[in-house]
Design a protein around this ligand. Sequence first.
Ligand code: NDP
Length: 241
Amino acid sequence: MTRTILVTGGGTGIGRAVAARFAAAGDVVHITGRREEVLVEAAAALGSSVHALVCDSTDPEQVTAALAELDGPIDVLVNNAGGNTDFDLPDQGGLAGVLARWRANLDANLISAVLTTTAADDRLREGGSVIHIGSIAADQGAGSYGAAKAGLASWNVDLAGRLGARGITANVVSPGYIRETEFFRDKLPDERAEQLVEATSTGRAGVPADIAETVCFLASPGARHITGQTLGVNGGAHVTR
Ligand code: NDP
């Protein structure tokens, strides 16, 4: 059966790798993002089963309009859109500045997933999957960005409880340091990148395909009893029991 997949932020990095992985499996994939040219280029590169949909996931009207563009039920929703907005938003100082920077990260990483999932809820096919891209920052800090990702994981517990009766799973894939994306803009010093690699047991940075494989597994028939979980993909940089 050809599945319908929605990947937010699917034009670059991890989201693009997720879209490519599902497309390679024969699924129809819709990718969203704010930059039309990026999405159109990605869709063209990934093949005719990948479709671009311009949408800011933090804007309720745009999310509603994007969902209206999709036909039929959605088998897999991947809430990948996000990133650390502190890289783009200058510190204006004062409490108003604190508020702006916290709201931006909460909007980008938590509210975006809540809005998209809520808008898609009655379109999710029984037995389907919702997968959010969290972050190791939820366990290791990183200010408002880490707090937003921790909130995402907490909200997912509630979501999994609600969707379970319909056989729909809801999980978080939590990456460590992943290279070859736009996440760090060009602002990650080489020394810091080396530290992040040294913190792993595998001795390497992650790549988007590492996350894509895990996402595809969670959407597969073999993962139907895994829900409400946060699954770290970080080479051992954060360990759990
Ligand atoms: P990228 O910056 O390459 O990807 C983020 C994507 O999200 C972009 O395509 C961007 O497109 C889109 N996006 C951002 N905000 C919005 C929005 N409001 N509405 C719609 N789309 C949006 O970085 P990554 O691939 O690394 O990041 C993907 C996810 O992985 C993020 O949630 C990030 O927090 C998480 N992550 C990444 C890690 C890493 O080391 N790379 C580590 C841990 C987690 P556009 O700007 O056009 O909207």
